[in-house]
Structure formats: C-alpha cells, structure tokens
Design a protein around this ligand. Structure first.
Ligand SMILES: [Zn+2]
Length: 88
C-alpha cells in the first residue's frame, strides 16, 4: 500500500531539492507515495546510496526534482521524516 504524506509540521526540516543533472544507473525505487496526489515521492536506492525523487504531475507534463544522495540509513530516516511531516 502506498502511503499519503502527513501534513508538514510547523518546524519541519526543509529538504534541498534540485533538478536531476544526470540519469543514474543501478538505482531502483524501493518505496513511493500514492499516485492520487499531484506530488509523488519515491525513495531510490543503489550503489550504497539513497535519495528521494519528487515528481510533480502537471497538466502539461512532469516536473522532477531530487534530493541529495545520502547513505541508505540516512535516506531511509529522511523518507520516514518525509512521510510523517517532519521533513518536506
Ligand atoms: Zn491516494
């Protein structure tokens, strides 16, 4: 089941999003949020690293942004913070 994000908390951590500059190989999504929302988040892992991809579904296409690369442990912790509204 794909979760929905909780409302961002008042003092939530603001993640640094940037436009992906290259296509990464050997990464795969391991978790994702429900596609019924305009913004879908995916947790990617590969090569000992993890990151979060944010896709904004627009009428005329998609806009994709990505987080920094982290260790898998940090990426998973950030994913949980995202879901609970502690980060966005
Ligand atoms: Zn949904």
């Amino acid at each position: 089941m794909s979760p929905h994000l909780g409302m961002p908390q008042r003092d939530h951590v603001r993640l640094d999003w940037h436009t992906p500059d290259r296509v990464l190989e050997r990464v795969r999504p391991v978790a994702w949020t429900c596609g019924c929302r305009a913004t879908v988040y995916e947790l990617f892992q590969g090569g000992g690293q993890g990151f979060i991809r944010r896709t904004l579904q627009l009428d005329d296409g998609h806009r994709v942004d990505e987080s920094h690369r982290w260790s898998i442990a940090k990426a998973r912790a950030t994913w949980m913070a995202l879901l609970s509204g502690k980060a966005r």
